[in-house]
Design a protein around this ligand. Structure first.
Ligand code: MTE
Length: 321
């Protein structure tokens, strides 16, 4: 991604991060902790501290056919190699610092072109009795990818409850922005304009693949992954998957997005995974699957072409990147 003030130390994460080295360092810390008897190491490493801060409840959910049949990315990588700039720009920062986030109780305000605006408790928005598991590929714009078993509900089940008006053409989302809980917001360098914002066209939002995750690997979402609820749009670059949502707004105009606002020539509204459209600073043809050696080809729409290509059938995807 891009940091607004491009300092000499700033390179995009895919230029600087060797995730294999990064994760093996973490694993080393972890196994050292296990061998020695964790307490002193736990105190010294934020990631482990984070894990111990909040116990994540197991969830009841139904298995589904949404499963690419690929090796799952290990839990440690999914929860310790993150992008959540509100907690810092390093891949380990969210796991280290997001323990300050308080996901319970949580409420979401709903506004705009909708029949039932208001403030909803998390429990009134997400039907916790009807959770399902969706195993999806996650392809970051930085050219790394994972395979993650999410738990949640289709976004459409939430939006239908709210009753979008026919004039609503888009839905916009906003992340919590709290300087007390999020150290990135107190940082001297302003990486992004807060709150983090994202949006979808209404038909994208209602697509069967579009998911609101409240958990992963069978348990509640860790804070660093966007507790208590975050979007998952598997055919789009990961930055569409906005975390810790506090506001949903229905609108008839295309909403601003955080990365689009920060660098419009690099990050468009659609952000569909597309190996034929390079990022201005790097190729999108291939990706590094976290935990694998070598690279694999990036697939059109991240491999979900059959389900979503029709949404863009008359569009020039080079112009609408
Ligand atoms: N949401 C917020 N609020 N802040 C962020 O910095 N990063 C995005 C997305 N959602 C981000 C965010 C990016 S760039 C990616 S790749 C995914 O979260 C990463 O999700 P993960 O950490 O659960 O893998």
């Amino acid at each position: 991604m891009l940091i607004k003030k491009r300092e000499s130390w700033h390179l995009s994460e895919n230029e600087v991060t060797d995730e294999a080295a990064y994760l093996s360092r973490r694993n080393f810390i972890r196994s050292a902790g296990a061998a020695i008897g964790a307490s002193s190491i736990v105190g010294a490493t934020g990631a482990l501290q984070a894990a111990s801060e909040r116990s994540l409840l197991p969830l009841q959910y139904a298995k589904t056919a949404f499963d690419p049949g690929e090796t799952l990315t290990p839990y440690e990588a999914v929860t310790q190699y993150n992008n959540y700039y509100e907690f810092g720009t390093g891949k380990g920062d969210p796991a280290e610092h997001a323990w300050r986030l308080e996901p319970k109780p949580w409420s979401v305000t709903v506004e705009g072109l909708v029949d039932k605006p208001g403030t909803y408790a998390f429990e009134d928005l997400v039907d916790m009795k009807n959770l399902e598991e969706r195993i999806y590929r996650l392809r970051c714009v930085e050219a790394w990818s994972m395979v993650i078993p999410w738990i949640g509900v289709p976004l459409s089940s939430i939006l239908r409850k709210l009753g979008p008006k026919p004039e609503a053409k888009y839905v916009a989302f906003e992340t919590l922005a709290d300087r007390n809980q999020m150290r990135g917001l107190r940082s001297f360098f302003k990486v992004l304009d807060w709150p983090y914002v994202e949006g979808l066209r209404m038909d994208e939002a209602m697509n069967d693949l579009t998911f609101m995750a409240v958990g992963l690997y069978g348990k509640e979402l860790p804070n660093q992954n966007g507790a208590p609820l975050r979007l998952v749009v598997p055919w789009k670059y990961g930055f569409k998957s906005i975390k810790s949502i506090v506001n949903i707004r229905f609108t008839d105009t295309m909403p601003k997005t955080s990365w689009g606002r920060s660098a419009p020539s690099e990050y468009g509204f659609y952000s569909n995974v597309n190996p034929n459209v390079d990022h201005p600073r790097w190729s999108q043809r291939s990706e590094r699957r976290i935990g694998e050696f070598g690279k694999r080809q990036t697939l059109m729409f991240n491999g979900y072409e059959e389900q979503v290509a029709h949404l863009y059938k008359d569009m020039d995807l080079k112009r609408n990147y």
